[in-house]
Design a protein around this ligand. Sequence first.
Ligand SMILES: [Zn+2]
Length: 316
Amino acid sequence: MWWLMSVVMAAEIQADLHLDTPTQLVNRNVGLDGAGLEGGLGPLVTGGTNVAVMVIWPPRTGDWTARVEQMFSKIEAEDKRLDSVVLARSPAEALAAAEAGMVAMVVALEGAHGIDRTGIPGLQALHARGLRMLGLTWSMSNRYAGSSGDGGGGLTADGRALVAEANRLGVILDVSHASSATTLEVCSLSTDPVVASHSNTAAVKPHPRNLTDDEIRCIASKGGVIGVNFHRPFVGGSGDVSAIADHIDHLKKVGGFTCIALGSDYDGLITPITGVGDASKLPVLWEELRRRGYTDAELRAIKGENFMRVWNVVAG
Ligand SMILES: [Zn+2]
């Protein structure tokens, strides 16, 4: 009964929705298999992550178009160079990679200022190359949307057009870093589920980067997910793994376990949480959740099934 075996043997998906590793690859001129990376190939494989959202981050100033090109080229080069990673353009490609014991890279852009000079044709060009997730803002408001980093407002007319185009293309919209007004507007305007790739809960740790209960409910009710972030100022509390689990407990209470995912922010110059300093340590978090009574089904959902559900809807 090979088909039954194939079901039983199906790889468990573990997705990290936000890895800033490409920034470190470019800055340090190293490969994904290089040493000293929190989200490098070694730690990802050791810790069980097989769907890795690799983030292109255009910094606050500079030639964003050139930087995006440089970072995307680096990801493409690693895809070609390493047998054990693959740039995945669809949920099916990511699943196939995971089944084969490889790491699927999903390419994301953190901040639509990265396409500021090219607009929607720029998004279309990046999508054609494999971009599958778009963060509307980074820490500053841009021509599309307001950011939580500077008290920005909601979507602009250009931003509403960008949301519609992302929906049309099948690009996952990411509201981490966006203002509350932007988050709620995107959530109601988008015809697809949206994600907050690397944000925590404001109820547990008040911070402009964390989500209010209204925002959590909005994302959850659309079928989206929230990736919990490991940066200590966004986690608060004891600064260890139990503090991350407190955010997960709150997400479960407000939005249900189907809205929870992981978005560590590794290699984003974070001050990591004690005990989970790099991607190899993620089992420590799953153990803490098990200790708190999370079931195997809930853990599978949080680890990766919730995100794959979102991607399937957006891609379909
Ligand atoms: Zn970020």
